[in-house]
Write a new protein. Structure first.
Length: 404
């Protein structure tokens, strides 16, 4: 290990030593958690149903010869219904996966299937889409084109209209951006794809905490979701399927034909049960929760802007309620975050890209130059955030930039 890495490792250990006790779900020791768009804390109510499942539904859910297997399978069916209900679907429309990345890969597999059947070999993806879509598309051997962003930082519907053609097999966009929080015009994009006879996939990993979603009303045939973005466990996600697209479903994991041959492998009952409960809670509390979180985030942003410390990047409307992507002009974001440790957990870009030396592809797609991109930090608020935490975070930031 290089000397610099050793020093960083030692610093990390010191941080962990001072942050070992969990006081509440959004603060660990001295650290205020403002990285909800990277991963949400597991809700205690979700944890409890998972603990019960670990104790009682440990049998293989595919064991068809005894009652414990039947009960585990029934628990999965019940959870699938809860997941589906959040999106206006039925349990059979849910294909459980290891996470959103696998579900995104399955969407690209559908594009390959369409290409082999129809000769359409073009895939259109958003310029600010998640890396799992971008990388999968680039390795698909299909022609990949990138949809420019509008002034809000969302896929530009008008530009897409000009790009879509008889060669297009799939359009895939991120429904709610994981860095700038922009909400895509999903209904308009879905209608455009339908009118052109093109399959549409929406990466909705960030969407459940930002908006109400009925996939049937929106007519979105493929959508990706993830449990750990809505207070569920890591390691479980799903590809949601609408009417008439089953022929295009191609698994990434073949296994022994589980989930009707759509995704192989023994289904993780406990994770799925937790996923279902997390979706149920969002369906109950979503609208009120979004309003409360937005008010906390707004106060945080207002204080930073009033003190002329940072400015919000992107649109103020049609945005994830907890997203505060801030530009600290003249401050290197990585250095500033280092000075904020161990007090605030936030990100310089998507957690899946954090640690790279390259600027965020999302900020680049928004037309932000490399220098300004290196001065941006994404703070994201969620269910367990409160005004007290936001005010304390402001105080830590003031101290870190020398304005205390």
């Amino acid at each position: 290990m290089p000397p610099g890495d050793v020093i960083q490792q030692e610093k990390l250990y010191k941080v962990l030593e001072t942050s070992s006790s969990i006081e509440d779900p959004m603060q660990v020791g001295d650290t205020i958690y403002l990285d909800y768009q990277a991963a949400t804390p597991l809700d205690d109510r979700v944890l409890r149903v998972m603990q019960a499942a670990f104790a009682t539904h440990f049998a293989n859910p595919h064991a068809a010869d005894h009652v414990l297997g039947w009960r585990a399978a029934a628990a999965i069916d019940a959870a699938a219904s809860k997941v589906a209900a959040l999106f206006g679907l039925q349990a059979d429309d849910v294909i459980f996966t290891s996470g959103a990345s696998e579900a995104n890969a399955m969407a690209l597999n559908a594009a390959r299937a369409i290409a082999s059947q129809t000769g359409r070999t073009e895939v259109l993806i958003g310029s600010a889409d998640h890396g799992s879509i971008r990388n999968e598309a680039n390795s698909s051997r299909l022609t990949v084109k990138h949809i420019p962003l509008d002034e809000r930082g969302a896929p530009d519907h008008d530009k897409l209209r000009a790009m879509i053609s008889d060669e297009t097999a799939l359009v895939s966009v991120i429904g709610v951006n994981n860095e700038n929080g922009a909400i895509a015009e999903l209904a308009a994009i879905a209608a455009l794809c339908r009118s052109c006879g093109v399959l549409f996939h929406a990466d909705l990993a960030q969407a459940p905490l930002a908006m109400d979603i009925n996939l049937l009303d929106l007519d979105i045939p493929f959508a990706t979701i993830s449990a750990h973005k809505l207070y569920g466990p890591k390691g479980i996600g799903a590809l949601l399927t609408g009417p008439g697209v089953s022929e295009f479903v191609r698994p990434v994991v073949m296994g022994a034909g589980q989930q009707g041959g759509r995704r192989g492998g023994t289904m993780p009952t406990e994770l799925i049960v937790g996923f279902g409960e997390a979706c149920r809670l969002v369906s109950i509390d979503g609208p009120i929760e979004r309003e409360r979180i937005a008010s906390i985030k707004d106060r945080f942003v207002e204080q930073l802007e009033e003190k002329q410390i940072a400015n919000l990047v992107g649109a103020r409307k049609d945005r994830h309620p907890g997203n505060a992507l801030m530009h600290f002009q003249g401050q290197n974001a990585a250095d500033l975050l280092a000075r904020l440790q161990p007090h605030i957990a936030a990100s310089t870009q998507s957690a899946c890209s954090s640690g790279t030396m390259e600027p965020s592809h999302v900020l680049s797609a928004m037309g932000i130059d490399r220098g300004a991109a290196s001065e941006c930090i994404r703070f994201s608020f969620g269910r367990f955030s409160d005004f007290r935490q936001a005010d304390r975070a402001i105080a830590f930031i003031l101290n870190a930039v020398g304005m205390n």
